[in-house]
Write a protein that binds this ligand. Structure first.
Ligand code: CP
Length: 307
């Protein structure tokens, strides 16, 4: 079968069809069950991290090295020539000539799209401002499918900063391609942007807004917690910190037995650490899944055909 992901840019979830998403999840599952070692032989992956990252950068790096590829790049924009005034466009143009694929994280919305327009190699958006984080959404779907054994028919609560949380924006777009029902729990000033409500409506996906975790906890299969993106809040929005939802063990007494708690991490104070050892906690397994999912994605983008 033709690999329609070969040499593709992954800037937004909208760049992918439902079938392409399922292909990525299927290969990730296969690689997790039976790890491979040579699918990225002779490939050089450039990591351009203009913003802090632990999981995304290091899981891409682990994924690449374990598949026989090599990594170049930077984790701190203070140490590259943008400090001397070089533009993002020129930086990408040059790195494009050194590598087979570019992974970029940038604080500005749209930076990854610009990089994809300049580069003739595949570009993966590893998070641009408050906009998108498509590979996190793919790994979230992979993890939901793993812990619930299905995607269709799932009830998921998205909790926290739904306005600036880019992982939420990508996850909503991804889930809109499946039959997933949303409960949106956020301080009023940090609710989901209206363009995403419209997307859900257009896809006939059910969703509702809530101010309390307690009123929905018994109905959900996935509790997706997020941190407040404090670095992006304006002065009025900072007051939302007072109405932030904190997950404590008492709130889980009415949870369904199959409930799993996910979080893209980093966690700040929105999940009480005593929950980490409960059977509901699945966020560290989710972070570990990043390696398999990113291996699958890199493999599909860089190999015309797979035997
Ligand atoms: N989930 C996520 O994007 O984590 P990092 O910011 O540590 O990469």
């Amino acid at each position: 079968m033709k690999n329609t992901l070969y040499q593709k840019d992954i800037v937004s979830i909208k760049d992918l069809t439902r079938d392409q998403i399922l292909t990525i999840l299927k290969l990730a599952e296969k690689l997790k069950k039976k790890p491979a070692s040579n699918l990225l032989n002779n490939k050089i992956i450039a990591h351009c991290f203009f913003e802090a990252s632990t999981r995304t950068r290091l899981s891409f790096e682990t994924a690449t090295i374990k598949l026989g590829g090599k990594v170049i790049g930077f984790a701190d924009p203070e140490n590259i020539s943008t400090k001397k005034g070089e533009s993002l466009a020129d930086t990408i143009q040059v790195i494009n000539s050194y590598s087979d694929l570019i992974v970029i994280r940038h604080p500005k919305d749209g930076a990854a799209r610009l990089a994809a327009e300049i580069s003739d190699k595949p570009v993966i958006n590893a998070g641009d401002g408050a906009n998108q984080h498509p590979t996190q959404a793919l790994l979230d779907l992979f993890t939901i499918q793993e812990c619930q054994k299905k995607l269709a028919g799932i009830n998921i609560a998205l909790v926290g900063d739904l306005k600036y949380g880019r992982t939420v924006h990508s996850l909503v777009e991804a889930c809109a391609l499946f039959d997933i029902r949303f409960f949106l729990v956020a301080p009023e000033s940090l609710t989901l942007p209206p363009q995403l409500w419209n997307l859900l409506k257009a896809n006939n996906i059910k969703f509702s807004f809530h101010q309390s975790l307690d009123e929905i906890i018994s109905k959900i299969d996935i509790l997706y917690m997020t941190r407040l993106q404090r670095e992006r809040l304006d002065k009025t929005e900072q007051q939302a910190q007072n109405s932030q939802h904190i997950l404590v063990p008492a709130l889980l007494t009415k949870a369904k037995a199959n409930l799993k708690i996910l979080h893209p991490l980093p966690r700040v104070d929105e999940i009480d650490p005593t929950i980490d050892k409960s059977p509901f906690a699945y966020y560290f397994q989710q972070a570990a899944n990043a390696v398999w999912l990113r291996q699958a994605l890199l493999t599909l983008l860089l190999n015309r055909s797979l035997s």
